[in-house]
Design a binder for this molecule. Structure first.
Ligand code: AMP
Length: 436
């Protein structure tokens, strides 16, 4: 029979076995964020459509083609959030957080929604973890952000990551640079895709963001004989240049491996100055980006707030988990510690004992009143370290039989000693097998 319903295209269910890996990734991330002193923030999964239209830039793919936009029953124009920074900035303003200290270090984790073409590592519902520092333009904030970004990947076992960095300059230098790019691309204009020709008018920097191999060959000068592209860094001046130099010096001082990538432009319009990214080539050319971020000094003002600088990043957790899986990482399923077996006459007593033991241990028990032998078999398969047998005579004496399933030894223990006896041994959890 054909199934009536499937998860919508581009979404998927995460089942318990797979979630073991996700939860491990989330635990590591939460621990790193906490050590860095960031506070978690949770914002709604949908917001006014305008919030994203205004901040992401009308020319961005996200706004033009990928937004889950809908009207609610009162006709409100809403959208499922495609990213996390604009909602955080909105919340920062709505709750007048600037009144509670100048600098705010925040992090978030949760699903994002974009109507893209689904493939491996690219989904319509996907998960991001991100962090923001709002309230300072100090280069030390950019450096801390990149350090946190790299330390998250290290906590997940990624080694020797090189972060690609660039500076997008100020809005003025970007405009001047955009003009230069238009001039530079004029001779090959007709050979660019319709998308790129459109971007050349609206946001020429984003032409460099193309994924089309033909266009990349044109841009790199392999085809069509273009001279090397005008580099954004060459347009940096004054404070923007000083900021960039301080960021580079800071990265060196912290020993963070980085490479300058002149072609690194972020898809969203509110980015200024520092931009950074990491990729993993094993994910394929269209979805190799694991995460990226940068400075967005214009964002909060564009939402009607006072000029407030910010810097942040977001990382795609689906891709992180995918890479861990590809490399054979298994965090080890947490099996139960204790399996409780009972007779027909002690069934109720056993269920009471199970509830009591579950206050401290991971306990499994048969739900279907199966025969004693079937329960014994299930206990053996469960991976539990201990089996507790609730026999009628023993129970009357306030005792149970305790079997160590690892070495087969058995003893009789009083109920008052049971907790201590179970605590005596490490529960059998499969150890995480590192892939690094
Ligand atoms: P962005 O907000 O576009 O800078 O994306 C940040 C990160 O989110 C990317 O580096 C990806 O790892 C991840 N990401 C973005 N879009 C998707 C998607 N459709 N499916 C899965 N991951 C995504």
């Amino acid at each position: 029979m054909a199934l009536k319903h499937q998860a919508p295209r581009g979404t998927r269910d995460l089942l318990p076995d797979e979630l073991a890996r996700w939860q491990w990734v989330e635990r590591q991330a939460t621990a790193v964020m906490t050590r860095y002193g960031y506070g978690e923030i949770r914002t709604p999964m949908f917001e006014d459509y305008e919030l994203f239209a205004r901040t992401s830039g009308e020319s961005s793919d996200v706004v033009q083609k990928e937004m889950y936009r809908f009207k609610d029953l009162k006709g409100r124009d809403l959208a499922l959030r495609p990213e996390g920074t604009a909602p955080v900035a909105r919340a920062y303003l709505e709750h007048a957080m600037s009144g509670r200290g100048k600098i705010h270090r925040l992090w978030y984790m949760g699903p994002m929604f974009r109507y893209g073409r689904p493939q491996k590592g690219r989904y319509r519902e996907f998960y991001q973890i991100g962090a923001e520092i709002i309230g300072t333009q100090a280069p030390a904030a950019d450096i801390e952000m990149i350090a946190l970004f790299v330390d998250l990947f290290e906590a997940w076992g990624f080694k020797d990551l090189a972060v690609a960095v660039n500076s997008l300059g100020t809005p003025e230098s970007r405009r001047a640079h955009g003009e230069k790019l238009r001039e530079w691309l004029a001779p090959v204009r007709d050979r660019l895709s319709a998308d790129s020709q459109r971007r050349l008018e609206t946001n020429p920097l984003r032409v460099l963001d193309t994924k089309d191999p033909e266009e990349i060959a044109i841009l790199t000068g392999e085809k069509g004989g273009l001279p090397p592209w005008p580099r954004m860094l060459d347009a940096l001046q004054g404070d923007a240049l000083a900021h960039w130099k301080e960021v580079l010096t800071g990265l060196e001082a912290l020993g963070i491996r980085h490479e300058i990538d002149h072609g690194l432009v972020r898809g969203l319009d509110y980015y200024t100055l520092t931009a950074f990214e990491v990729h993993d080539r094993s994910l394929g050319p269209g979805q190799s980006a694991l995460g990226g971020g940068g400075r967005y000094d214009g964002l909060i003002e564009s939402l009607g707030g006072p000029g407030t600088p910010g810097v942040g990043f977001s990382i795609g957790l689906d891709r992180v988990v995918l890479v861990l899986e590809q490399r054979g990482f298994d965090p080890g399923a947490h099996r139960c510690d204790v399996y409780v077996v009972s007779m027909e006459s002690t069934r109720e007593a056993a269920l009471k004992l199970v509830r009591e033991l579950r206050r401290e241990f991971a306990v499994d028990v048969d739900l279907e009143s199966r025969a004693f032998s079937a329960q014994m078999k299930a206990a053996g398969k469960s991976g539990a370290h201990w089996m507790v047998l609730v026999g009628e005579d023993e129970w009357k004496r306030g005792q149970v039989a305790l079997k160590d399933l690892a070495d087969g030894t058995q003893s009789t223990v009083g109920l008052e000693e049971l907790h201590a006896a179970l605590r005596g041994k490490e529960p059998v959890k499969e150890k995480a097998t590192p892939w690094w």
